[in-house]
Design a protein around this ligand. Structure first.
Ligand code: ZN
Length: 243
């Protein structure tokens, strides 16, 4: 069993398609696991939902998914994010609105818990350090937990010596073993670790590993569509910097 682990696609079709193509090239996958924020920020919300639905997949909802269908107030977001969510909500087809509305906040598969933020607050909490990871280790009933939301790829491991938090790079391979782990695959559609390439990870049950990958995509094409739709300039420009 191989799962393509993605998070924070954020309506970036070029990035999402590049991730899928790259994962296929690197041995393929049986299922996509999506950790939330499929929409928001970017120019192609309907197209990204269409794309994931072509695959066997398991997905949870993120804060932007819920805001774009009116289940979270836009006052919880900064003004650029709120503007983009308002725009997204005017675009979404009813069928896609229903798709997002039906997503659970937490799923489990093959020994993993899947959430957007954290198990205790799937919508908003950021796991970004050893300290913030502590509660997650206590909250999960599975050995391993997959989170998104921060758009920063990392692995966090619990051991007798404490909690070790490591940001990961392209090609990092994590042996799963028996200890507890939290893994963030990074952001597909809006990376924030100063590397503008789309981030994703692959779980391989045969080798019992999770491998992080980065892949280039046509950033200029996404930016051009965002400008055409008058999406906030800050959101357009940050794609080139990966911040
Ligand atoms: Zn996000």
């Amino acid at each position: 069993m191989r799962a393509l682990i993605v998070s924070d696609v954020h309506s970036n079709l070029e990035a999402f398609q590049s991730v899928i193509d790259d994962a296929r090239f690197r041995g393929g996958f049986d299922q996509i696991w999506m950790l939330g924020d499929l929409v928001g920020y970017g120019p192609d919300p309907d197209q990204c939902i269409d794309l994931i639905r072509r695959f066997d997949h398991l997905a949870v909802a993120g804060n932007h998914d819920l805001a774009s269908i009116g289940r979270l107030g836009l006052d919880m977001f900064n003004s650029d994010a709120a503007d983009a969510n308002r725009w997204t909500s005017t675009r979404l087809l009813d069928e896609h609105r229903n798709y997002l509305d039906a997503l659970a906040l937490c799923e489990q598969a093959d020994g993993f818990t899947l959430v957007h933020g954290s198990p205790r607050d799937p919508v908003w909490e950021y796991v970004v350090s050893a300290d913030s990871a502590q509660a997650t280790f206590e909250d999960i009933s599975t050995n391993w937990c997959l989170v998104g939301h921060s758009h920063i790829p990392f692995v966090c491991r619990e051991s007798v010596n404490g909690v070790r938090f490591t940001e990961t790079m392209d090609g990092s391979v994590e042996e799963l073993g028996s200890g507890k782990l939290i893994i963030n695959p990074g952001g597909v559609g809006q990376p924030r670790d100063a590397d503008p390439r789309a981030g994703y990870a692959v779980f391989d049950s045969a080798s019992n590993t999770v491998t992080h990958h980065r892949v280039e995509y046509d950033i200029a094409a996404t930016q051009e569509k965002m400008r055409r739709h008058d999406l906030p300039l800050f959101l357009v420009e940050r794609l080139a910097h990966g911040r």
